[in-house]
Design a protein around this ligand. Structure first.
Ligand SMILES: NC(=O)c1ccc[n+]([C@@H]2O[C@H](COP(=O)([O-])OP(=O)(O)OC[C@H]3O[C@@H](n4cnc5c(N)ncnc54)[C@H](OP(=O)(O)O)[C@@H]3O)[C@@H](O)[C@H]2O)c1
Length: 290
């Protein structure tokens, strides 16, 4: 397999029937300053990360207007525009930023619309392939928030609608209003509370996008719970954590985040690791014990 095709080894998933992406994607939240606030320390390395991701066959990039805010989307455009035909950029709306590490839900429909308009402009696209509601805001009726997204979809500004951090009841209620093609919840080898939502997604062929696939670092650490097994498999802990996710479900679309090319290359190489059932079970036990 050529280096260009590494991510293809993870298999493909058709989001909402189309477009089809390679399942191992990239999360662009880490291309920002401390606290996901402001520019990254090393702008040029972040540009290299994005270009290298595409070279390695990544066709699915996750971002949000709130990452920076605006920083991540602008870097994606700077690094990759004009975009390859097969690249799918998923962005999100529904969170206000008031400072480093501060995130407030904001589901006022007109604000969601403004976020969409600004993301279209920043990304330099006529239509957003996947627009995710970052959080359902309890201050406003969910019908109004999803209704605004449905209106944007009818107007051709967004292609598909996804949710983030929802439970099964919220997913089912949302599906009565709009067609939901993806759910993005926290999930990894050592944090599996979203299992019922994952199972609901599997039953409906909805893409499940696990955020914190590396538990934001510990699952990639040399002294973490996967180190011993990683050594015996000739892989790194991060690669095993990602290979485990890919094997867990055909609807799984991991989006590991990094600001470093070396980490990106290590993570994308996980696409080529095919775990046996025994290896999967061993990792499952190690993850729940860690
Ligand atoms: N929907 C939501 O509410 C939500 C919330 C959080 C995140 N997300 C999305 O999910 C994506 C993934 O989550 P995440 O970025 O927070 O967590 P993650 O992918 O689990 O971990 C990223 C962290 O691990 C480090 N890392 C990555 N690869 C590594 C490697 N091979 N070796 C050692 N360290 C490594 C990164 O640092 P370096 O930069 O130093 O590599 C970074 O600090 C985000 O980028 C974002 O797109 C969504």
């Amino acid at each position: 397999m050529t280096t260009q095709a590494v991510a293809q080894a993870s298999g493909t998933f058709a989001i909402g029937g189309a477009p089809t992406v390679n399942r191992l994607g990239f999360g662009a939240m880490r291309l920002t300053g401390k606290g996901v606030w402001g520019p990254p320390d090393d702008h040029d390395e972040c540009i290299r990360v994005l270009r290298r991701a595409v070279e390695l066959g990544v066709t699915f990039i996750d971002t949000a207007d709130s990452y920076g805010p605006s920083v991540s989307e602008k870097l994606i455009r700077e690094a990759l525009h004009p975009y390859p035909d097969d690249l799918v950029i998923a962005t999100k709306a529904g969170l206000l930023r008031t400072g480093p590490d501060e995130w407030q839900p904001m589901g006022f429909p007109a604000y969601l619309r403004q976020e969409c308009e600004m993301s279209l402009r920043r990304l330099g696209v006529e239509r957003i392939d996947l627009f995710q509601l970052h959080r359902i805001d309890s201050k406003f009726p969910a019908e109004d928030q999803l209704g605004e997204l449905a209106a944007l979809q009818r107007e051709g500004k967004i292609r598909h609608i996804g949710l983030s951090e929802v439970d099964v009841d919220q997913l089912e209620a949302a599906q009565k209003i709009v067609s939901i093609v993806s759910v993005q919840n926290m999930y990894n080898l050592s944090m599996r509370s979203a299992e019922p939502v994952l199972q609901a997604c599997e039953a409906r062929n909805i893409g499940f996008i696990p955020w914190f696939p590396l538990a934001a670092g510990p699952l990639a650490a040399a002294d973490g719970p996967l180190q011993r097994i990683a050594v015996s498999h000739g892989a790194t802990p991060s690669q095993l954590a990602l290979a485990w996710l890919l094997k867990r479900s055909p609807v799984m679309l991991p989006i590991p985040g990094t600001s470093k090319v070396a980490h990106l290359e290590e993570n994308v190489a996980a696409a080529e690791i095919m775990l046996s059932d025994d290896e999967f079970d061993e990792l499952s036990a190690a993850g729940s014990a860690g």
